[in-house]
Design a protein. Structure first.
Length: 412
């Protein structure tokens, strides 16, 4: 249990605020991180904690965690399809499990078990394949039948109103949900305590490159000299890579989600159906947290639509007809940075001193700890960490894609 919880129970005064607010930017930093989402803050934290690199600025155009980090549906799992993906996300799950102690902060990590429903023979085949790969790498993952699903979630209509009956599911016991804001705050506070500067309301407007290497950044608060820039801006990646003339295959699609009014706890697990384009879990406040697949058209926007809610509810009621009277309280969208193979783009780039952490699409929250840890190691040691080497941008030139589509589309 985080010690801070115990301390707070005996302390009548409020604790200190989470972050110091540095008044001005320095002229130069050893490392500039663009983006104060979970990934940027985690990278700053591990640079300071693991490598003693503290002359670091995290520049965030809005407020920390205000991008996709604060908009996601908080699912954490490691039952991916490729060996590269499974090893990478498994490391993240391991780091997540120790994070509350590491931060001395309750991040509400709640292991629920994760069911990916199969409604067709071909879906079942992919799940068997995933289960075999997962087991090979020591991940708890198995194909289960209708009775097992009914036992874990008796409220689910396995016949789906006769539309697309459930045949079985991939069950992943370590599947979890965790409070996304707390993850960002924990990493931010830990970085701040170790001397990293977090500058909110500071937008990077340009990156200076001379002779093929980074020399500094331009911001709406002035210029900074630095030899190392890490771009961790998810849905804004094309804008930042344009600043250095780098081309990536990333395209941006809105991804929407919503929550219902709170209800008494009834859903213990996470239920995902790719065929019905819906996934749902119940938060500790009792709300059903739900989402679907990407919006179909490329768009750099966080507007949300009635189309999305209507479509989602249509499918949700196939699974849970008794929810007909439940009210949706809020809906929102984020900008998902999608790659052709549904795997991230990480590490070094052809521009010396410019590092990229992007292509997180619909699945990057669960990668927050491992991405921060491996990117920090990559920058500190000047070479890609082994876990992220397969995800380097150069894979698209080498036709060495890491095909994760079968495990990352609706499943998050
Ligand atoms: C609706 C939805 C549901 C999702 N559900 C899940 C899920 O259940 N599980 C999962 O694993 N993943 C999920 N994801 C994906 C996940 O949220 C993201 O992949 C992840 O949060 C990316 O984190 P990040 O730190 O890289 O980016 P962000 O949190 O987006 O942070 C990037 C930051 O960069 C800042 N920025 C951009 N441009 C500039 C600039 N020029 N200067 C300064 N700052 C800049 C932005 O303001 C932003 O705060 C979901 C995403 C959405 C939208």
């Amino acid at each position: 249990m985080p010690l801070r919880l115990v301390k707070n129970a005996f302390d009548s005064r409020p604790g200190p605020r989470f972050f110091t607010q540095p008044e001005r930017l320095k002229d130069s930093y050893d490392v500039v991180i663009i983006g104060g989402g979970g990934h940027g803050l985690a990278c700053a934290y591990y640079l300071a904690k693991e490598h003693g690199i503290t002359n670091v600025a995290v520049l965030e155009q809005g407020y920390i965690g205000g991008g996709n980090t604060g908009r996601n549906t908080t699912i954490v799992r490691s039952n991916y399809l490729t060996p590269e993906g499974v090893k990478f996300y498994d490391k993240s799950v391991q780091l997540f499990q120790d994070l509350a102690n590491d931060f001395d902060l309750n991040i509400f990590y709640s292991q629920r078990g994760h069911f990916t429903l199969a409604h067709t023979d071909s879906a079942l085949r992919t799940m068997r394949w995933r289960a075999e790969v997962n087991k090979h790498y020591g991940i708890e993952s198995e194909v289960v039948d209708r009775e097992d699903i009914a036992g874990a979630c008796p409220e689910l209509d396995l016949d789906c109103g006769g539309h697309l009956p459930v045949l079985g599911a991939l069950y992943h016991a370590p599947g979890a949900v965790v409070r996304h804001d707390a993850v960002a705050w924990g990493y931010g506070r830990g970085a701040d305590q170790r001397g990293v500067e977090i500058h909110q309301k500071t937008r990077v407007t340009g990156i200076n490159v001379s002779g093929g290497r980074v020399t500094g950044v331009e911001t709406d608060r002035g210029s900074i000299k630095t030899g190392t820039v890490i771009s961790m801006v998810a849905g804004s990646t094309p804008r930042v890579t344009n600043m250095v003339g780098l081309t990536t295959p990333i395209v941006i699609h809105p991804l929407q989600a919503c929550v219902t009014e709170p209800m008494k706890p009834w859903l213990d697990t996470i239920i995902v159906s790719a065929s019905l384009h819906v996934y749902v879990s119940q938060s500790s406040r009792g709300e059903l947290v739900m989402g679907a697949s990407l919006d179909p058209a490329e768009l750099h926007s966080t507007r949300s639509t009635l189309d999305f809610t209507e479509g989602l509810m249509d499918y949700l009621l196939d699974l849970f007809p008794f929810l007909g009277q439940a009210r949706v309280m809020r809906q929102w969208a984020g900008m998902a940075d999608m790659t052709p193979d549904f795997a991230p783009i990480m590490g070094t780039t052809p521009i010396e001193g410019f590092y990229l952490d992007a292509g997180w699409g619909t699945w990057g929250f669960k990668a927050t700890p491992v991405s921060g840890m491996t990117m920090a190691s990559t920058v500190a040691n000047g070479r890609n960490h082994d876990l992220i080497e397969p995800f380097n941008l150069s894979r698209f030139e080498r036709f060495a894609l890491v095909g994760e589509r079968g495990a990352a589309s609706v499943g998050h």
